[in-house]
Design a protein around this ligand. Structure first.
Ligand code: 2M8
Length: 445
């Protein structure tokens, strides 16, 4: 089952892709933060900022730090990092749901800018460590800046982890729950279908608003109105008690433990261990390593499905694993302490006709596999970047290299799209998308 060796990338292809990626990041820079896309996402997004920083590290580390700082300036006193930080220069009508709809309480986000009250996967410690590692290559001033920024970020990253591992430990099993599909970053993934079926869908509520995303993108590539009615209803439910987490399980219809979110959570503890070590906080480094091991153990205990040989999301309300085979179930490959038999099982799943490299967002053989619709089939560069990290972590060097060249070719041929058709490679969604550009730089560097 050995693939023929991948032909090397041509130097002019790499140079073209590098230059076009730099141009996307120039276009999407908004003074003190990066927008994911000028038209579709005209604010700052949380996990986007992390992927973007990883790429900016090669071309403009000052902007990488500035972007992370802008995000963490909007961190809430309880440690949560909001999934969107709103740009006051952008009109309410330019993104739905905007700041007026979220209506976060005054005790929330302290920044002058508004924010949402939900989170996204905590990629930021991983990003901060990556940016720091690459900073020295840019000379003494950049190395000094990196040290200052890392020291500023460290306690904030720790507070972010504390919030997620404590206040969001809704299932009491040592994992963080997401309480809105938007928190996963994998918005309309089939992983949430079962749990979402128990969320009331109020189309009359949705009809009071205008879906701005449909003005600026193809409806066939986006979540449905039924999805959006539930998304809006869940915000209304969380907002009703000021986005408080105490007792949330009793009054909120959606709480799920996602294998991807929690694998990133554990990896963030490992990145914090490296950061703490670098900052001379040896005892704290050991604590972070211990927490990573605990989260890893909880992922295996709670989310592994012996029968399917992969990881699944757990619906905290029903205590059941959701049946869909989604890319999120492969991402525990990121965990260095994953036992060898589970690594092998993920590799088998990944190499099967359900996935293949680059990985689609959902099982290719599922009857409802949708080649166009967002997180229900298309290929995304950020999750493939995470898969590659996992492959490298466990020594699958050939597959990691094949995946790298496949991603580079995909983006070079089709453009810096938000996502890609899983069989034709056609670009879908927003055409000049920041994390696709930023991660392309990392893949070429
Ligand atoms: C998408 O999500 C936003 C809501 O947060 C949207 O559809 O409006 C997702 O792909 C998410 O992962 C991403 O962070 C965001 C911005 O790129 O867009």
């Amino acid at each position: 089952d050995h693939l023929p060796p991948t032909p090397a990338l041509k130097p002019d292809m790499s140079a073209e892709l590098w230059n076009s990626a730099v141009r996307v990041l120039e276009t999407n820079w908004a003074g003190d933060h990066m927008v994911p896309s000028r038209r579709l996402y005209p604010h700052q997004w949380s996990w986007d900022a992390a992927f973007i920083a990883i790429g900016l590290a090669y071309v403009n580390p000052t902007r990488a730090w500035r972007d992370l700082r802008s995000l963490f300036e909007a961190q809430w006193p309880d440690g949560r990092v909001p999934h969107i930080v709103f740009d006051p220069a952008t009109a309410e009508a330019d993104y739905f749901p905007g700041p007026a709809f979220w209506d976060v309480p005054a005790y929330g986000n302290r920044a002058a800018r508004g924010s949402t009250g939900i989170v996204q996967p905590p990629m930021h410690a991983i990003a901060a460590w990556e940016v720091y590692r690459h900073a020295a290559a840019h000379g003494a001033n950049c190395a000094q800046e990196a040290r200052t920024e890392l020291e500023w970020l460290y306690p904030r990253l720790v507070a972010q982890q504390r919030y997620l591992t404590t206040d969001r430990n809704l299932g009491r099993g040592g994992l963080a729950s997401i309480v809105h599909p938007w928190e996963s970053g994998l918005d309309n993934s089939p992983a949430w279908d079962e749990a979402m079926a128990n969320v009331p869908a109020d189309l009359a509520l949705l009809s009071q608003y205008r879906r701005r995303d449909l003005d600026v993108s193809d409806a066939a590539h986006r979540p449905t109105d039924l999805d959006y009615s539930r998304y809006v209803g869940l915000v209304v439910s969380y907002r009703a008690e000021g986005y408080a987490d105490a007792g949330l399980l009793d009054r909120h219809a959606f709480a799920v433990e996602c294998p991807a979110f929690n694998s990133i959570l554990a990896s963030a503890e490992l990145a914090l261990a490296q950061i703490a070590g670098e900052l001379g906080r040896t005892a704290e480094a050991a604590t972070h390593r211990h927490r990573a091991a605990q989260i890893t153990a909880a992922i295996i205990r709670r989310l592994w499905n012996e029968e399917t040989g992969t990881f699944h999301a757990l619906d905290v309300h029903t205590g059941k694993l959701t049946p869909a085979n989604c890319v999120s179930g492969l991402l525990p490959l990121m965990l260095p302490d994953l036992p060898a038999d589970l690594v092998q099982a993920i590799m088998n799943e990944m190499r099967s006709n359900r996935f293949g490299l680059p990985v689609p967002s959902y099982d290719r053989t599922a009857p409802d596999f949708d080649t166009m619709r967002y997180w229900r089939g298309p290929v995304w560069i950020n999750v493939n970047w995470l898969v590659r990290r996992g492959l490298l972590m466990h020594g699958f060097r050939d597959e990691a290299e094949d995946l790298r060249t496949a991603m580079v070719r995909l983006v070079h041929r089709n453009g810096h799209f938000e996502y890609f058709h899983p069989t034709t490679g056609e670009g879908l969604g927003a055409p000049t998308f920041s994390w696709t550009a930023a991660l392309s730089l990392d893949l070429l560097a």
